[in-house]
Structure formats: C-alpha cells, structure tokens
Design a protein around this ligand. Structure first.
Ligand code: GLN
Length: 537
C-alpha cells in the first residue's frame, strides 16, 4: 500500500479536497484501487455537531459517518464508497486513545501525546486502506501548515515515512498570489510554506501551484531551487471554470506518472475517456435551467456561501448535464418570505425549486410558504429531508384542514404533530446524547408501482442515505392519502415513509433521505434527473 499525504500551504480554501479527489481519479484511471481519507483538526468528534454556515455541508457515508464535505468530493470523483475510518478529527483520535487507555489496552504504559496520538492516526489510515484493499491511500490533512492544530497529523505523516520510507509521498497544495498592483505571480509565500513543512520534518515530493493563472517555467525553476523539488514535480493548478476539469489539467502536467515514478513504479497510461466525455458535455451545453434553492445556511456577513449545500449543487449539475442543459442556481432566503410574502411571486421565474435539508425552526414558515406556492402554481418542486417534512406539514394545513399541523422539532405541544420524533430518538434527546445519534447512513426503501419515483429509479428496492431524527407520523397517513398524497417509498423494515409525491402536478416529489449524497458526474441520480427533466418541460 502506498500513502500520499496532501497538506495545504499559505492559505485555506484553495481546493485541497478537490485536488486530492482529482489525484485519486487519475490513479484510479491507471488501474489502481484508491481510497481517500480526510483529517479535520477539530475537537468535534465528527462534523455532525458543526454549524453548516461555518463548516459547510455535513456529508454522510453509506455506513453513517457524518463527515466533512471533502469526503463528498472524494466519492464523486472516485466513484467509490468512503467509510467511517476515512474521516478523522482530533476529537475522534483522542476519544479512541482515551477509551483504550481506560480499557487497559496500553498495558500500564504511560500514554503520551507523541507517539500515541500519531500512532493511532497511522493505525486508522492503514485500517481504512486495508478495508478496501487499496493500492493508494490519499490522506488530506485539513488546515494549513504552520498551524498549531494539525501538527500531530503532520507528525503522523513524518513517522509513517520513517516506518515505510519507500511508500510515503508528500504533496503540498500551495497558493501563489498575483497581486493586482504588481501583476506578477509571487513564489515567496510558497517558499515559506515549504520551510514550515520542513521544520515539521517533512520534505514535499510535489507541489501543486494553485493560482489564478498557470505557473510558468521561470517560477517553477525558482520554487524548484528554493524548495528542493524537481521542476517537473511542480504542477500547475490554475483556477478553473468547473472543478471537473481538474483531473484532466493535472494529467496534462503528467501528474500521475510523476507520482508512479517517485514510488519506483512503471508509468501507466490513464484512461480518463468517460471523464473527458463528461467534461466536454459541461462545456458544450448552452440551454439553461433556472433552479431556486430555498434555504438559510448561505448568508454570512456580506458574503453568500454555497458550501452548506454542496452535494445538492453538484447533484443538480450532474443531472443537468445528463439532460443536456446547464443550471443557473439562485439562493432564495426562506426568512425573506416570512418578512414579506409578496416576494414569493419571484418563485414563478424559476423552472424548479428545491427545499433542502435543515434543522431548527428558523426560516421554517418561509419554506412552507414557498412549498405551498410551488404546489398551487405547478412549479416543479423537489424536497430533501426537511423539505419532505415541510411538504407534508404544508399539505396537512392547506389540503387536510389541520391548521396547526407542525413538527415536534419546532413545537412540542400541538394537536397535530405530523412530523414526530422517531421512538428510538426520544431517549437520546432526553439524555442529550446528540452527537452521531441521528438515523444515519443507508436504509432500504421500497417503491410503489406507477409513481414518478418508481419510473425514475426503474427498480423496486432502492437504498439511500439518511440524517434525521424526525419522521412522518404514520397516524396521519390515511388522512393525507385521502386528500391525494402518495407514499411512493416506504422503508420495508420500519414502515417509515421515505418518499411522498403529489400526482396532478408536473413534479412534486420529496424524500426523507438525501439523494444528493449518491450522485456523481458519471452516475447522475435518477430522482435529480427526473426533476431536471420536469424543469425543462
Ligand atoms: N431536522 C430534521 C430532522 O432531524 C431534518 C433533517 C435534515 O434535513 N437533514 O429530522
């Protein structure tokens, strides 16, 4: 097994995750089995307890780990499932070590930060690789070199190199600014970043030069001389129109074979034909579909950040390209509909509306208003998780006359709790055991004949990923059904409702699960495809 560590220099947010995922795609296309690991330096045990506006989307794996959004990038680029062991945080590592110590597993030894914490990291990395019999394990270390927080993870990399000198490789993803007033790409911050990495005992084998522009030869040489890295191993990584261009750009720089060479492996051709075909499509489509996303996790100060909904955005893109259109996505603030319902009429200009997942009561009534507008005005609507729960509440209020219909998440006392806390969740909430305890990961769903969902999936039994505590209260199924709501998908084991639909509408489908987590460029999701098709119509 070969290990490739990816660390960031100069600043955060330069696309380390996508770079890691792209390297993985290239190695996979050369016939290797690849997996990727994300290390977050947070004390949080997983990403499930982090505010999405601050940290971005919480991605959920098949086996129910609540991860950083980069894990979503790995899955989308690699087209491989990523599992719990592939996501590490400082909190999780310490928790494991401490539990072990309490169980006397260190045999009376004094347990220390170094080497016991890095050793735990190394053990997890190896386990994750072994689980899928990987030839290459990519390990992305979150944060930037020089930070206090990720030092122990760099230390794990350094120690691993001593253990397996021929099998460990380090990549630094750096940033080269081109200050507007100077008009020249500057290499000094990268030189400092390499020196900082050196002081942690690590010499990078390769540098990815992120910048607005491609890096030229003189600057490659400058970095080569100052940073002890061969000029050929400084890979140009300019800003791109689409993240899906990146594997192809890296291949133009011969990245894959440079890595193989460093490991003493023979060069191998890459087979990125299907990827190229997809990328070509993204460039050639011109027809636009306008999608509005009614949410609340994108307003931060003066900026709009779409990171909280990244898998939804990518799933829309995949489905659009599969339908030969491209999306124009607009962020619609649920709270603005509460303040001024007149704004709702803006929904008319969209080809389709998505109400994605969310937590807590902020913005809920605005989302319900938007759903009502879509239902009454026959605008294609796709609800995801909370989006399904609110579609049920809206329908109960407007169509079934249950004016006080609500969810136990927003109001504990009401005559009509349409969305109730799942029985096994009750005790967890009472004991305040919030972390990692939702209904998480993959569960089965049986589809009903003749529904839009069944037609889209072309199969009767499907499996999708979940992240929720609340669920449609089955006591209300009859009354909802009587007024025309169709339960298109149900979990065969627990009888929980997984999909609702309204017939006599161009597209009104909502899921309790998160279909967006299973969409990839080469395997666009059937429900997203069906939604986009309805939007085009
Ligand atoms: N807050 C809702 C629940 O916990 C929906 C969760 C979500 O949208 N992911 O059930």
């Amino acid at each position: 097994m070969k290990y490739i560590f990816v660390a960031g220099g100069v600043m955060s947010g330069v696309g380390k995750g996508v770079a890691t995922a792209s390297i993985g795609r290239i190695l996979k296309s050369k016939g290797f089995k690849v997996t990727a690991i994300k290390i977050d330096p947070y004390i949080n045990v997983d990403a499930g307890t982090m505010n999405p506006t601050e940290h971005g989307e919480v991605f959920v794996t098949e086996d129910g780990a609540e991860c950083d959004q980069d894990v979503g990038n790995y899955e989308r680029f690699l087209d491989e499932n990523i599992y719990t062991d592939n996501y590490l945080t400082t909190g999780r590592v310490y928790q494991t070590v401490i539990n072990r110590e309490r169980n006397l597993e260190y045999n009376g030894k004094c347990v220390e930060v170094v080497p016991d914490i890095p050793n735990e990291v190394i053990g997890t990395i190896k386990r994750a690789g072994k689980k899928v019999k990987a030839d290459f394990v990519l390990i992305e270390i979150g944060g930037t070199v020089g930070e206090y927080q990720n030092l122990l993870f760099l230390e794990a990399g350094r120690m691993m190199k001593i253990l397996h000198p021929k099998d460990v490789f380090f990549i630094l993803v750096s940033y080269l600014p081109v200050p507007a007033k100077i008009g020249e790409m500057k290499t000094k911050p990268t030189q400092y970043a390499v020196r900082t990495l050196n002081s942690a005992g690590i010499q990078p084998d390769m540098i990815l030069a992120r910048s607005v522009l491609p890096i030229d030869e003189p600057r490659k040489k400058k970095i080569a001389v100052n940073c002890n890295v061969a000029s050929e191993d400084i890979i140009s990584a300019p800003d791109v129109e689409s993240i899906y261009d990146i594997p192809l750009n890296f291949e133009d720089e011969n990245l894959g074979n440079r890595i193989l060479k460093k490991f003493g492996l023979k060069s191998k051709p890459s087979n990125l034909l299907d990827w190229e075909k997809f990328v070509k499509k993204t460039k050639n489509v011109s027809k636009i579909v306008e999608i509005g996303i009614v949410g609340k996790y994108f307003e931060t100060g003066h900026f709009t950040l779409a990171d909280s909904y990244i898998s939804v955005i990518e799933a829309i893109k995949h489905a659009c390209f599969a339908n030969n259109v491209k999306p124009k996505i607009s962020w619609l603030s649920a709270e603005s509909y509460e303040k001024d319902p007149k704004i709702l009429s803006e929904l008319k200009k969209f080809d389709g509306i998505i109400v994605p997942g969310g937590f807590g009561s902020r913005g809920i009534e605005g989302k319900i208003k938007a759903i009502e507008y879509c239902r009454k005005n026959k605008i294609p609507f796709f609800g995801l998780c909370l989006g399904m729960q609110l579609a049920v509440i809206e329908f109960a209020r407007s169509a079934c006359g249950l004016k006080d219909a609500t969810s136990a998440e927003f109001k504990q006392i009401s005559e009509n709790i349409l969305i109730d806390v799942m029985p096994e969740q009750k005790v967890l909430l009472k004991e305040k055991r919030y972390g990692g305890t939702m209904r998480l990961g993959s569960y089965n769903c049986k589809l009903k004949q003749g529904t839009k969902s069944k037609i889209a999936y072309k199969s009767e039994l499907i499996s999708e990923r979940h992240r929720h505590r609340y669920e449609l209260n089955n006591n209300y199924k009859e009354i909802l059904e009587k007024k025309g709501m169709v339960f298109a998908g149900v979990n065969p084991e627990s009888d929980l409702v997984e999909i609702i639909e309204l017939p006599n509408h161009p597209f009104f489908v909502a899921t309790q699960f998160h279909p967006e987590f299973k969409s990839s460029p080469l395997r666009p999701h059937p429900l997203f495809k069906a939604f986009i098709k309805a939007c085009i119509k």
